[in-house]
Design a binder for this molecule. Structure first.
Ligand code: HEC
Ligand code: HEC
Ligand code: HEC
Ligand code: HEC
Length: 163
């Protein structure tokens, strides 16, 4: 019995660690250094032109929405996971739906030697986003939700160049 309880507690703790994740968020400023310009397929510029970049600006400060934990989670990057934090000095760094909201926290995969190696990058936290990734935000918990068509939505934010 005692062993079972101890094992159960152990698994819960492991679960909590997995949820927090071993990686930290860097902010889009860092990703942009290597992923901007014609030579790098305008990935950053495409993101900047997408609604995701301006998502935080949709929240109305006069109504306190920008400080409402029930709003900021899907309008910022890494909320509750070491990224955006309400009132934090570095909060501006994580405003909007940035690269890491879809590709995972970049502290370990950001190194160029890791980035260039697809296997190593994934082993260090890089996520290849799928429909499920989108649906962490594009779901009925969003007050403005009107459904989500993945194929259509992907076209609108597409920045793939190795097709
Ligand atoms: C020091 C430069 C550098 C930084 C910083 C950097 N990247 Fe990269 N990234 C690269 C290079 C180089 C590649 C490989 C490009 C290629 O093969 O076309 C790459 C590839 C990728 C890929 C495709 C990987 C694959 O295997 O499918 C993604 C996604 C990506 N980067 C996202 C990011 C994100 C998000 C950040 C910020 C957290 C970031 N990168 C920061 C240089 C960088
Ligand atoms: C579960 C994630 C989620 C939460 C929580 C959330 N949003 Fe959003 N928000 C989204 C998504 C995704 C969109 C894009 C449109 C859609 O599908 O709802 C969006 C769009 C918006 C827009 C633009 C709407 C439009 O029609 O152009 C506004 C304004 C907005 N949200 C405000 C808020 C406010 C205020 C709150 C808190 C009360 C909030 N959101 C909470 C995910 C969320
Ligand atoms: C961290 C939360 C989050 C994730 C993850 C996310 N989105 Fe969004 N998305 C938003 C929010 C918030 C908006 C609303 C931005 C605005 O209106 O300013 C939005 C807006 C959009 C829009 C613009 C919709 C319009 O009516 O113009 C598209 C397209 C979109 N998302 C596609 C995707 C796709 C595809 C994925 C997955 C690959 C994805 N999103 C993942 C939060 C998210
Ligand atoms: C809303 C989610 C979302 C955001 C935000 C986002 N990406 Fe992506 N990214 C994707 C998806 C989806 C793919 C395609 C994955 C696949 O190959 O199926 C992708 C692919 C990539 C690739 C590989 C391109 C290729 O041709 O294989 C790179 C590099 C990349 N993203 C970098 C970035 C960078 C840098 C940022 C921020 C400036 C960013 N992404 C923001 C969802 C996102």
């Amino acid at each position: 019995m005692k062993i079972r309880i101890a094992l159960g507690l152990f698994l819960v703790l492991i679960g909590a660690l997995a949820a927090a994740g071993p990686y930290s968020f860097t902010g889009v400023g860092l990703c942009s250094m290597c992923h901007r310009g014609e030579a790098n397929h305008m990935v950053y510029e495409k993101w900047l032109a997408s609604k995701h970049a301006g998502a935080f600006k949709r929240l109305d400060p006069t109504k306190g929405e920008d400080k409402n934990p029930e709003c900021v989670g899907c309008h910022t990057t890494g909320f509750g996971a070491g990224g955006y934090e309400i009132g934090a000095a570095n909060a501006a760094k994580f405003e909007g739906v940035q690269c890491e909201a879809c590709h995972g926290a970049g502290s370990a995969y950001k190194a160029v030697a890791v980035m260039k190696d697809p296997t190593l990058a994934r082993q260090n936290g890089l996520i290849v986003p799928t429909e499920e990734t989108c649906k962490t935000c594009h779901r009925s918990a969003s007050p403005t939700f009107k459904g989500f068509d993945f194929t259509q939505a992907l076209k609108m934010i597409d920045h793939r160049y190795r097709k």
